[in-house]
Design a protein around this ligand. Structure first.
Ligand SMILES: [Zn+2]
Length: 204
């Protein structure tokens, strides 16, 4: 083998390794800001930060943002709860979210209500790209697993995904829902990207 051929083979090997690295490089499609509002412990925020990326069919970075104060105007003294829409609007005005690839998930430790519902676990605004969830329900504090499911559901709502009739889907609005998205919901979540999931026939 001539020297020229040896040099060519080495260069080809170096280029192929470099190209493989470029192709397999992790492209982050979404950036999630976890926004603590209230007395939220680091364990809960750490659990969400570590587990949220594995729940979605897209790649994401999760960053814990600075603590935000819950607006006093959101408190309703007769209900002893906070208006979720007021919290969402207030924090939206103090936060910059680029809805093309960012979402903010506000995590509160207060009980929430809206004008439509006396008690809600979370709400989302697609246009603003912000969700608010509460770690409290009527019976006390949510477990970490329930908090993660709630966070996943509200983030999915913030991308425009509706409730799902599939009982095996996390978007099914029942207590016994699973912790993953059904195939249809995964496809819907991927619709905003260049590489949507391939639609496969459903095996029943
Ligand atoms: Zn579904």
């Amino acid at each position: 083998m001539s020297k020229r051929v040896v040099v060519f083979v080495i260069m080809a090997l170096v280029l192929s390794v470099a190209f493989t690295d470029i192709v397999s490089a992790r492209v982050v499609e979404e950036h999630i800001w976890l926004v603590p509002a209230g007395d939220i412990d680091g364990k809960t925020l750490g659990y969400l930060k570590n587990n949220l990326p594995d729940c979605f069919p897209m790649t994401m970075n999760v960053t814990v943002d600075a603590l935000k104060e819950i607006p006093k105007s959101a408190y309703n003294s007769s209900k002893k709860k906070y208006n979720a829409d007021v919290i969402l609007d207030d924090i939206s005005n103090r936060t910059t979210v680029d809805v093309t690839n960012e979402r903010a998930l506000v995590v509160t430790d207060v009980e929430l209500y809206t004008l439509d519902a006396d008690s809600v676990s979370g709400i989302s605004d697609v246009k603003k790209g912000i969700s608010v969830i509460s770690l409290k329900d009527g019976s006390g504090n949510l477990t970490l697993e329930k908090t993660l499911k709630l966070a996943v559901r509200e983030l999915a709502h913030s991308w425009g995904l509706a409730d799902c009739v599939n009982p095996r889907c996390i978007m099914n609005p029942t207590e016994h829902r699973r912790d993953t998205f059904c195939h249809e919901c995964r496809i819907k979540l991927r619709h905003r990207y260049d590489k949507p999931l391939i639609k496969m026939p459903q095996i029943l």
